[in-house]
Design a protein. Structure first.
Length: 181
C-alpha cells in the first residue's frame, strides 16, 4: 500500500464515491443530561467531485434514516417513528456542499424536509493505493447541530430538571472515498 502525505487541496481532481463499507456516519446525544448515547447510520452513499481549483469541489451525500443503529432495538424504533425522523414519510437525510476548504466543509443538511446550513470541521487523512490498485482517500469531519432546527422536537422533562435527550447533537463522519473517474 502506498500512502501519500498531502493537504486536502492536493487530492487528485475527479470523481470519488463514498466507500460505504469503510465509512461511518455517527452521532452522539446526551441522555438524562448525565451520559452519552452514540449511534450510526449504516446505509450511506455519496459523491465528491474534486475540482480544479480545489475550491470548486462539490460534495453530495444521502443517508437512509432507517439504517440507524444505537445498540437498542427499542430506541432505534423510537428514532424511526414520527416522534423523531418519521422514516415512513422522510426516508432520507441529505447533504449538499456549498463550500469546501482545507479545514471545513459547509453545506445544506436536509432532515424531514427542513434544510439548514451546517459547517463541519474537516481533517484530511490522505490518499492511498490499496493492494488491488484502487485509489482511496479518507477524511474525518465533525459538527454540532441543534436537532430542534430540523423539527426533531420530542423530549421528556426530568423530575429533577433537565430533559431526557439533549438538543445538541454531535455528528462525526469517518469517510473513505474511492476514485472512480
Amino acid at each position: 500500500m502506498t500512502i501519500t502525505a498531502q493537504s486536502i487541496t492536493q487530492i487528485p481532481a475527479g470523481t470519488w464515491t463514498v466507500d460505504a463499507s469503510h465509512t461511518e456516519v455517527g452521532f452522539t446525544a446526551r441522555h438524562l443530561m448525565v451520559s452519552k448515547v452514540r449511534g450510526q447510520f449504516t446505509d450511506v452513499a455519496g459523491t465528491v467531485t474534486v475540482g480544479e481549483p480545489f475550491s470548486t469541489s462539490q460534495v453530495t451525500a444521502t443517508v437512509q434514516l432507517a439504517s440507524i443503529e444505537t445498540g437498542s432495538a427499542d430506541r432505534d424504533a423510537h428514532l424511526k417513528s414520527a416522534d423523531f425522523f418519521d422514516v415512513e414519510n422522510n426516508p432520507e437525510m441529505t447533504f449538499v456542499s456549498t463550500e469546501v476548504s482545507e479545514d471545513s466543509l459547509k453545506g445544506d443538511l436536509t432532515i424531514k424536509g427542513v434544510t439548514r446550513p451546517v459547517e463541519f470541521d474537516l481533517e484530511f487523512g490522505g490518499v492511498a493505493t490499496d493492494p488491488w490498485g484502487n485509489t482511496k482517500a479518507g477524511f474525518e469531519a465533525e459538527a454540532e447541530i441543534n436537532r430542534k432546527d430540523w423539527g426533531l422536537e420530542w423530549n421528556v422533562a426530568l423530575e429533577g430538571g433537565g430533559v431526557l435527550v439533549s438538543e445538541k447533537i454531535k455528528i462525526k463522519l469517518d469517510v473513505q472515498l474511492l476514485k472512480t473517474a
